[in-house]
Unconditional design. Sequence first.
Length: 219
Amino acid sequence: MALAGRPPRTRSGQMELCNASTVSTTSSGPRHRRSEGSRSSVGTHPTVSSTTSDSGTTPSSPTEAQQTLTSPPSLAPDTEQYLLLCVKTGPNQIKLAHLDLRGVVDNAILYHRIRTEYQKLRSYLASNLFVTPSRVEYVNFELMQRRQTGECVGNYQTNSVPSIKEVMSGQYTFWPCPPVIGGIPIQSHIFMHSFLTPGDHGSTRDFERLPKKLKSKLV
């Protein structure tokens, strides 16, 4: 998920909340998972339903686009959950942070942690009034390792979230899966309101909707 910045007049800044499927967030694009990343940390696997055809019969082999989880994934209380947060730290560089969401009990804590990590990665640029994040995007991205600057985000694709197969296998979690309305879990204007307006949140809805990597960090 990418949260891009559009400043009032000068140059733009970009922050991406990346729900990657390894290195990405959709079924397309490069996948660079750790070998243990495919192991399930889901306590009980949710069931899947499929849509019916025009004739009223259920397809024998429903496509992934036709599948819907009928119940949220059930996780052990101590399951590691990471929001993959990508932040533009320079004109040509995007850094990745693994935001540990264990212990998050409501949306107020969720957005506080996101803001804190964003400011940490942006460093002195976070206080620049001319560089203000203004939208969020969900991205499928490539994780790179450079000799001098270290780990960074390479190519990426927008409007991308983990697939239902990745949720079923316990690699990622979010609910509802897939989103009930539209193709992304939280619309940009809703996320940005909560990100920029501390205190004006509701229950745990956003925490449940945001895709999170389970059990291990992305490498």
